[in-house]
Design a protein around this ligand. Structure first.
Ligand SMILES: C[S@@+](CC[C@H](N)C(=O)[O-])C[C@H]1O[C@@H](n2cnc3c(N)ncnc32)[C@H](O)[C@@H]1O
Length: 412
């Protein structure tokens, strides 16, 4: 067994669990941990235990039970966190058995197994062992198979009543053993390639497939019978999901943005075609959630909030009143003027202001370079937004709308 997998296999035993408990109880400094553990344990196991402790710390932003789960570094990086996994799993009917095709360390399998039986397949032995450990407490039956999915007889499962699958191929390119693997953009360089979904579809009519949200629209449009959903978690667009067969039914035929946040129900906005006019900056500027922009649903949001776009192809829009929304962030516009570094600097000086952030859309100025160039001139924090308006680059000096006292009464 390869070193990494051997260590994970050891952590599945009572002695391995005791070593991990001992590691967690030691002082935080990794060198001290390692030095103390090496007094009583073989150096490779001591090093693996310290690494697992570090992975568990890092995993806390994704998994509530990170402190008791097992990870490989790459498995953690590629895993789906609790919130998104739970949301997606809930779209599969309760108690329906699901094949988790490419389960990694089991981020998705865990959520799927909280609603029904799961068979999970993973090619990497260390990751498969982690998945096995991470599924020990699952309320439904789980089997983890370490195998190459592409060589398996998929028909055998479907004939045994498994008619649903979740496919999350690796976005890393295979490289010689041990080399750090590069993230790939071409979906046919995923492992397995995205086109393997055709083989899955033949046997699992209820199919969900996760891909990068950065895939070109043409890739998604190649599946006209699929529903497309973009998922964001805490303001970051994490993935695009293709839903097939009975799982597609709940979504409209246009792309949908689903916005997830802690302690709040998921919110959905479909990119229905709606007319939205362009017009001058009003009292508020809205920056739609990245999943809303990726789905092309920012026009719907603008229409719902009685907004107008500043430029036809730019996702920022402006309104005269503030309406809080889960689908974007609102800023109160303090001032707007054609952008030159000199004018922007003069504005900061006049208002005793400092830049807390620079944002831009549709103009070339890199925000970091703009922020470096403009000097702070006081304590009032402002956000500078650069965007095209009437064929020029405009500077909008803004503050978060939440900071203003009355939503209905802009101060400008
Ligand atoms: C994106 S990760 C899956 C992450 C998983 N959904 C989670 O939440 O933890 C993709 C996984 O596919 C595995 N994989 C790649 N090719 C495979 C194959 N031919 N058969 C089975 N698994 C494969 C990789 O080892 C990797 O762990």
């Amino acid at each position: 067994m390869h070193g990494h997998a051997a260590a994970i296999a050891f952590f599945l035993t009572p002695a391995g669990r005791a070593l991990l408990d001992e590691t967690a109880a030691l002082p935080a400094d990794p060198l001290i941990r390692l030095e103390r553990l090496r007094r009583h344990h073989p150096p490779p196991l001591a090093a693996a235990a310290v690494q697992m402790w570090e992975l568990r710390q890092r995993a806390q932003r994704k998994f509530q039970n990170a402190a008791t789960m097992l990870f490989t570094p790459e498995g953690l990086e590629q895993s789906t966190g609790d919130r998104i996994a739970a949301y997606r799993a809930a779209r599969f009917p309760d108690s329906m058995p699901v094949l988790d095709a490419c389960c990694g360390i089991g981020g998705d399998s865990r959520a799927l197994a909280s609603r029904g039986p799961v068979v999970a397949v993973e090619i990497d032995l260390a990751a498969a062992l982690c998945a096995q450990a991470n599924l020990l407490e699952a309320p439904f039956s789980c089997a983890v198979l370490c195998a190459d999915l592409t060589t398996l007889d998929l028909r055998a499962w479907s004939s045994r009543g498994i008619r649903a699958a979740f496919f999350d191929p690796s976005r890393r390119q295979s490289t010689p053993h041990g080399a750090r693997r590069r993230v790939v953009r071409d979906v046919e360089h995923y492992t397995p390639p995205l086109s393997f979904l055709h083989a899955l579809r033949a046997h699992f009519p209820a199919l969900s497939v996760k891909v990068s949200p950065a895939v070109p629209d043409s890739v998604l449009q190649a599946f006209p019978d699929a529903r497309v959903e973009f998922l964001s978690d805490q303001g970051e667009c994490k993935e695009a999901v293709l839903w097939f067969g009975p799982l597609a039914g709940a979504l409209p035929p246009v792309p949908t943005a689903t916005v997830l946040r802690p302690n709040a129900p998921p919110q959905q906005l479909a990119a229905e075609p709606v007319p939205v006019s362009c017009g001058p900056p009003g009292a508020y500027l809205y920056e739609p959630d990245p999943a809303v922009i990726r789905a092309g649903a920012h026009r719907v949001l603008a229409a719902q909030l009685h907004g107008r776009l500043l430029a036809p192809e730019i996702a920022y829009f402006t309104t005269d009143c503030w309406t809080p929304t889960p689908f974007g962030t609102a800023y109160r516009i303090l001032d707007c003027l054609p952008y030159t570094p000199k004018e922007a600097q003069a504005w900061l000086r006049r208002h005793g202001a400092r830049l807390t952030a620079v944002k831009k859309r549709g103009v070339p100025h890199p925000p970091e370079a703009v922020q470096r160039r403009l000097r702070n001139a006081g304590d009032t924090g402002v956000i500078l937004v650069l965007c095209p308006y009437r064929d020029r680059t405009f500077a909008l000096f803004c503050q978060p709308a939440e900071a203003s006292t009355n939503p209905a009464a802009p101060t400008r």
